[in-house]
Design a binder for this molecule. Structure first.
Ligand code: FES
Ligand code: FES
Length: 193
């Protein structure tokens, strides 16, 4: 995805959400996180979800909200390099962490290799699931795990897509991840599936 990157230090970004507070001051916490490479200090309510913090407080709407119960993977982001469901994570739990969202993937305004593979293989239809899938695949790429078809399928298994039937998604993931590890790519393997 090539969505615009938010200016996390923009003076108009509220340290607290607009509108009246929903809880007592004692339920607020100061957190410091790094979001897509930028340091962010904020006050958050105890119950504020990390996905809502990213979307509504920081304007990083590339992370999508689907099921809100940990099933679909649309909200997947990286926290300290590990893929997590941001709909099941509290913002306060991210205190001190390095958070990366889909907005971090583009390089100098250009699609990165993984994004290009999804573009070239048409690994999406409506695109709602795509940010979460890209982040799951990024977690796999950056891990020390051996990347093969089984690893790709295991990581894709946490992300639901209601449109594509997964064939092109799998082809895109194989194209990007296997190419990265200098493995032969059987380009046609899934097209006949
Ligand atoms: S919105 Fe988080 S897993 Fe579905
Ligand atoms: S492309 Fe529509 S949900 Fe996956």
């Amino acid at each position: 995805m090539n969505e615009p990157t938010a200016d996390l230090n923009h003076p108009q970004l509220p340290r607290r959400p607009l509108g009246p507070p929903l809880s007592e001051p004692s339920c607020w916490h100061d957190i410091r996180v790094t979001v897509n490479g930028a340091p962010v200090c904020a006050q958050v309510e105890s119950r504020l979800l990390l996905v809502d913090f990213l979307r509504h407080r920081l304007g990083l709407t590339g992370t999508h909200v689907g099921c809100e119960q940990g099933s679909c993977g649309a909200c997947t982001i990286l926290v300290d390099g590990v893929g997590v469901r941001s709909c099941l994570t509290l913002a306060v739990q991210a205190d001190g962490s390095d958070v990366r969202t889909v907005e971090s993937l583009a390089e100098s305004g250009e699609l990165n290799r993984l994004q290009r593979a999804f573009h070239e293989e048409h690994g999406m239809q409506c695109g709602f699931c795509t940010p979460g899938i890209l982040m799951s695949m990024t977690a796999l790429e950056e891990s020390s795990e051996v990347i093969d078809d089984d690893a790709i399928m295991e990581h894709l298994g946490g992300n639901l897509c209601r449109c594509t039937g997964y064939v092109n998604i799998r082809n895109a993931a194989r194209r990007a991840c296997l190419r990265e590890r200098s493995r032969p790519v059987d380009e046609g393997a899934d097209r006949d599936a």
